[in-house]
Write a protein that binds this ligand. Structure first.
Ligand code: GLN
Length: 481
């Protein structure tokens, strides 16, 4: 068993605030779930340093171009230092990598919406929640004055939908209790790290919220809050709606948008969503798996405003953006990757954030429809990493069996023709030593190396002994590896 020091653990992403390592001195007299996984090669990301180096390179590249504009429709947001830029990656095993302005605190804005939606789903379940809000992208601006054909908001991640969802949050409690109820979820998601309420942002938004009021009145006029889509379903929850409720719910919605967080907190939150609702530092189960699935589906189709289709096409992971310049993304089963940079592009997403994720998805196989074997990209998922190994072993076995179909299949699936097993043996070593001529021919056709040495220092040619047919095959190959 390897013995790790605090320093070596920091190098693989153990953060000083990680509660699992509060009493850590060295691994001799300390053990926890993380250390066990580490020692057994079971961490979800087996190439941590490679991934963090890629993040660093892309961060440095993207930092140079700070185009875009600060939003001015919430006045307080236009006073922010526009040079800020930070990125955080938190794995589902709770490792953290961070760069940039890590001390900045910023409000979550629209990034609150998936969380409020999740809380309501936990409370009411899908049938009730979606009796009040749709599941379709609106194809319109996030605060556009429009409803769907049922006179309901299109989805929970645009303003009208988030206002609707807020109205379902513990409606029988008073405002303070409702705020606290949501806040307690947030506190758990950030593992008790920094989280606050930004009063000046709240006041600034509240005073300039004509459009959100308008959305609220439009829904109230259509009886959307009162009746939902199907009154029979609505009656299951004894829904009440009184004069003054609209005002209260709008205020609560603005308050959720005004929650203040750090990039670390946003990373921990995103990693919890990536980890099936289990907080990676505390192991607390915050959301059910079904809730996570619904949140991520919504983020995939509606999380990036009018850029959601384009994002899903080229970047391909669930994401949510807020006008404060935050983007959090979820790589399911792997981690949460988050950027913060306040200048926005024309659609309202962080300019640098979008550029960062475009480059990252080009380099690393995070896209949800990426074929997990046949890819030129850096592999981030441990299972896929292992899959490559399995393909390698199958290639060796197929070469031994002279199973030419399987050899072709393994190569087509992206297996390295020169894969070496635990003894550094390649498929060609095996085929030569077993005198499988057809395997040898095919492997050479795929440019297998004749020079790689196994654990005993032998190349495939060394194995050919006196078999002239094989020696001829090998020496006539134009392989020059
Ligand atoms: N509080 C903002 C609003 O309602 C949130 C918008 C956003 O981040 N897109 O307008």
């Amino acid at each position: 068993m390897t013995n790790y020091s605090r320093k070596s653990l920091e190098d693989i992403g153990i953060h000083s605030e990680d509660p699992r390592f509060k009493n850590f001195k060295n691994t001799k007299d300390f053990t926890n779930n993380f250390i066990t996984k580490l020692n057994n090669g079971l961490l979800e990301i087996s190439n941590w340093t490679e991934i963090t180096n890629i993040i660093t390179d892309i961060y440095n590249e993207v930092k140079l171009d700070n185009d875009g504009e600060l939003p001015n429709y919430i006045p307080q947001l236009s006073n922010i230092d526009d040079s800020l830029f930070a990125v955080t990656f938190v794995s589902v095993d709770g490792q953290v990598f961070q760069l940039g302005n890590l001390d900045s605190k910023f409000c979550v804005q629209s990034c609150s919406k998936p969380i409020t939606y999740g809380i309501i789903l936990e409370n009411y379940g899908e049938e009730i929640v979606h009796n009040f809000v749709g599941k379709e992208p609106s194809g319109r601006n996030f605060n556009e004055l429009c409803l769907n054909e049922d006179n309901l908001p299109h989805n929970p991640l645009i303003n009208s939908g988030a206002i609707m969802v807020t109205s379902l949050l513990e409606p029988d409690k008073n405002q303070a209790q409702r705020f606290d109820f949501s806040f307690s979820y947030w506190k758990k998601l950030v593992a008790n790290n920094y989280l606050a309420f930004n009063n000046s942002i709240y006041l600034s938004e509240k005073d300039t919220a004509d459009r959100n009021y308008c959305l609220g009145y439009m829904m109230q006029e259509k009886m959307a809050f009162q009746n939902g889509k199907d009154v029979k379903i609505t009656n299951k929850i004894d829904r009440k709606w009184n004069i003054g409720d609209l005002q209260k719910n709008l205020e609560l919605y603005f308050q959720f948008c005004s929650l203040d967080i750090t990039i670390l907190g946003a990373g921990l939150l995103a990693a919890t969503l990536a980890n099936g609702g289990i907080q990676p530092w505390t192991y607390e189960k915050i959301f059910k798996c079904s809730t996570i699935q619904h949140i991520l589906s919504m983020m995939s189709t509606c999380g990036m405003y009018d850029f959601s289709g384009e994002w899903s096409y080229s970047i391909g992971i669930p994401a949510k953006s807020g006008v404060s310049g935050l983007i959090y993304t979820v790589i399911p089963g792997v981690g949460g990757l988050v950027t913060y940079s306040p200048k926005l592009d024309k659609i309202g997403n962080s300019y640098r954030g979008v550029n960062f994720f475009k480059l990252f998805s080009k380099k690393v196989n995070i896209h949800m429809y990426e074929n997990h074997v046949n890819t030129e990209k850096v592999i981030i998922k441990h299972k896929e990493f292992n899959n490559k190994k399995i393909l390698g072993f199958l290639l060796l076995e197929a070469s031994y069996n002279q199973d030419l179909y399987t050899i072709r299949e393994m190569i087509a699936k992206g297996c390295d023709i020169n894969f070496q097993d635990y003894d550094n043996r390649t498929a060609l070593h095996v085929a030569v030593s077993e005198q499988k001529l057809e395997s040898i021919k095919l492997l050479l056709e795929f440019k297998a190396s004749i020079e790689l040495k196994d654990r005993w220092g032998k190349t495939p040619i060394d194995e050919a002994t006196n078999d002239t047919r094989i020696i001829n095959l090998l020496t006539n190959s134009d392989e020059t590896f």
